[in-house]
Design a protein around this ligand. Sequence first.
Ligand code: PA5
Length: 462
Amino acid sequence: MIKFDYRNADLSVIGAENGLDLAQEFENYKSQISEIILDLNKRKDKRGQGLQWMNLGYSEETAWYVKEYASLVENRFDNIIVLGIGGSALGGLAVTNALLHPYWNLLSKEQRNGYPRIFFLDNIDPDSISSLLNMLDLKKTLINVITKSGDTAETMAQYMIVKDILEKELGDDYRKNIVATTDKNSGILRQISEQEGYKTFVVPDDVGGRFSVFSAVGLLPFALVGIDIDELTSGIKDMDLALKNTDIHQNIAGQNALIQYLMDTKKGKNISVMMPYSNKLQYVADWYVQLMAESLGKVNSQLENVGPTPLKALGATDQHSLMQLCNEGPNDKIINFIRVEEFENKLEIPEIFQYTGIGYLGGKSINSLLNAEADSTKASLIDYKRPSVTITLPKIDGYHIGQLLYMFEIQIAIEGALYGIDAYNQPGVEQARNYIYALMGRAGYEESAKSIHEKIGLTSVV
Ligand code: PA5
């Protein structure tokens, strides 16, 4: 199992001004945390609660269907392009980046065991989209368009561009190169898919985008590139079992939720830095940032604006960038380290120089250097009386990635309950979404367009 160490958030280590009396706080919040965990597990099967993501690790049906499709199209495609944004892209990006070879798309087909390359657009940048489409042989490219709502402007614009080019290049056969992941019944993409006859997968009800990584949203791309889905789901299930424990002393998601919450609300540490010491986990930090920001940045029932500000960092790279700010800037952050015990590769630093300044590195592994950097950063944070917590992964494999992501999802669900907000909606994003429709000339949004023009002083419509 992954491990969680919270000692460096305790007042015994960093002092009473910045640290929490964790033994006392665990006692104070024991029954509230226990009630939250019980409540989540009670409500998870009910409709309209937004908690179906808690059941995804057990969905053998979805796993079966994505595996079946992946085996049907095996060897037909050299590339997959995933179209989507936010929760429809970041989970896929995080897991593939963690579990595939770091330079997967540069490997030959043989080196990839026949599996395709994979690209996530996750944006509407004209340069990157054009360059990618010009570079790939579209006949050998499978497009997985993912949108739960079915009308997200960014995703549907990506799709419309790609569909048009595919149709021109492939003729009627282009439909075989598109697979859609969307709501079961509603939304424009569902309508189009039925008219066009695309193969489709479902984003289940009550699973919001940022909690959808273990639905077909993530599982389909994972199966297509040969990631072992059963390994992932067995990690999720083991973590789910562990996190059903209602005793905060035994529940690492409950512990981290409480620590993040109290650091923000009692100690003024309203910035939560996610800092993995592994390039393979850097998109896990991106995914965590979105999960935390969209879930917790809300207006609560007392009309207060609440929520911590997540910030991503990468060890050791950011020791030469953000760490100065973390140590000597405002004491408003809690650092979440992710440390890996055993990397896939071991790289020795050769003993080729005797200079005192670098000679000590010779004969050591770069693995131990990376972990020593994590430990030294932790130690320096203690000197500056800055709180941190550490999550340790025995190794980066499907089992532990399943555990890690699911643990964060439960942590955010518990934090949402502590803040007294709805962690599963995103009204602040919907507002800007409606403004996009207005600015881009969608029928019915004319008045809104006028008011935006006045508000921000725009003189012409796009
Ligand atoms: O987490 C969320 O709900 C959002 O980030 C969505 O995933 C994002 O807005 C994309 O929405 P959709 O899947 O409807 O295209």
